[in-house]
Design a protein around this ligand. Structure first.
Ligand SMILES: [Mg+2]
Length: 460
């Protein structure tokens, strides 16, 4: 265990909703809810204004609409969130090469492995703690300056305690838990505060009369091993007494995960090829999940009867480990390959891996996209292929109008689309309504928030 609180955990505050409020001046100070807007959608992030109405992440969207009908309901802009995330992660990497992202807006940083490591190693206790606090406050100020957003930071001697500290710091705060204080801080917390204790384990513990972390620590290791099994019970006991020596782990080595299969007889039938691709994609997803990873690029490899090999790939908008999305993408790639003469080998891989499993929001949107693709293909097969469907405008989407400039879609329906014309640096903008197929209106890329893509920041 460390004697200095040199592990920090950063967690951006209401991240997706905060990015939306920064990008859309008319939404600042108002309830904003980002998530799946379809029938079975769930809330991904609610702004603090929406949380006052009881809305929280993972809540069914229908319930959120009942609780807070006047909120802005947005479908999420992956590219915008990734841009801001890149800026934030870049600031963390200035503090240490050991940065472990848990999601787009959350990461552990090991300060001892970075440029301040030697100073921390030499410092007496009090000086060391002051240095950690100063670095954390500088980080929060840098994030605010570069993105306009707030993040909360926890500093402690372990990942367990750093994460608990950042929760206590929310929103827009900094909390340090001094090494030695672990048991005092953890004791009164409910057992669910510990990682690895989900609803099922909580039930088991509750039936045994164990409700707080202090209860776990007092009941002892052997009792917990009896209740939860050897590995889990021992791990939970260690955590309950504040012992956590899990290291901060930076980007893992693997760059891709793939599986392939060679066939005894060359496959010449398209349906058979597609079925095999589905099986391979499903295996690939299992392997990806087993490694606790997700990825953005789906790769299909085809070796033909003459041993010529070709690969086709498609890059998704965000990393995923969703089997429906990966299978559908692999099928789509396979449907485009010339298989005349037969196929000897097929492979499916996922590359551009991320260290974290997918945010709910990305999975939902990618799943909807995959379903749409599948529908479109089925329709095209039956109907005349040149018939393009009506343009789809998603709430929150960035657009550009030939005369009125940049704006975002506030809503659409019955052949109309409503756009609010404003930018991150304008005041609240005005609303105009157009026909959904108005040629002057185009989908657009997200505009940068403040300096996060600004060249003037590069040398600063
Ligand atoms: Mg967060």
């Amino acid at each position: 265990m460390r004697s200095l609180p040199s592990i920090i955990h950063l967690d951006m505050d209401a991240f997706f909703a905060a990015v939306e409020q920064a990008a859309k001046p008319s939404l600042r100070g108002k309830p904003v809810i980002v998530g799946g807007l379809g029938g079975r959608g769930v809330v991904s992030t609610a702004s603090y204004e929406a949380r006052k109405f009881g809305v929280h992440s993972a809540m069914p969207m229908a319930q959120a609409r009942r609780l807070c009908p006047n909120a802005a309901f947005l479908s999420g802009r992956f590219e915008a969130y990734r841009q801001v995330s890149d800026t934030v992660m870049g600031l963390l990497r200035e503090l240490s090469p050991l940065v472990q992202p848990l999601s787009l807006d959350e990461a552990f940083v090991d300060l001892e492995a970075g440029p301040y490591g030697p100073a921390l190693a030499e410092a007496d206790h009090e000086t060391g703690e002051r240095l950690v606090l100063a670095l954390a406050e500088d980080l929060r100020a840098d994030i605010q300056r570069r993105t306009g957003l707030t993040g909360s930071v926890g500093a402690a001697g372990s990942k367990l305690m750093a994460k608990i500290a950042s929760e206590q710091a929310k929103p827009d705060g900094l909390v340090m838990i001094e090494p030695g204080q672990e048991r005092d801080v953890l004791g009164p917390m409910p057992v669910r505060a510990l990682p690895g204790i989900g609803p099922a384990t909580e039930q088991v513990l509750r039936r045994a009369g164990l409700n707080t972390v202090a209860d776990l620590a007092e009941t002892g290791e052997s009792e917990l091993v009896q209740l939860l099994g050897r590995a889990h019970g021992a791990g939970v006991y260690q955590m309950s007494i504040g012992l956590d020596d899990r290291p901060v782990v930076a980007d893992q080595d693997a760059k891709s995960v793939s599986v392939e299969d060679t066939f005894e007889v060359d496959l010449a039938d398209r349906e058979r090829v597609l079925r095999e691709v589905e099986v391979l994609a499903a295996r690939c997803v299992r392997r990806l999940r087993a490694a606790g990873r997700s990825g953005r690029t789906v790769v299909l490899k085809v070796r033909r009867f003459d041993f010529s090999t070709l690969t086709r790939s498609e890059t998704l908008r965000g990393p995923t480990d969703d089997d429906a999305v990966i299978i559908e993408t692999a099928r789509r790639l396979a449907a485009q390959v010339d298989i005349t003469g037969g196929v000897r080998l097929l492979g499916v891989g996922v590359a551009q891996l991320a260290d974290y499993t997918q945010e709910d929001l990305f999975a939902q949107a990618l799943r909807e996209e995959a379903a749409e693709h599948a529908e479109t293909e089925a329709e095209e097969a039956e109907e005349e292929p040149e018939a393009a469907g009506p343009r789809r405008w998603m709430p929150g989407q960035d657009v550009h109008h030939a005369e009125l400039g940049p704006g975002w879609v506030q809503g659409s329906g019955v052949g109309r689309v409503t756009v609010r014309f404003e930018t991150p640096w304008s005041g609240p903008g005005r609303i105009r309504t157009f026909a959904v197929d108005d040629r002057a209106l185009e989908p657009a890329r997200p505009l940068p928030l403040r300096g996060d893509a600004g060249p003037e920041e590069a040398g600063a």
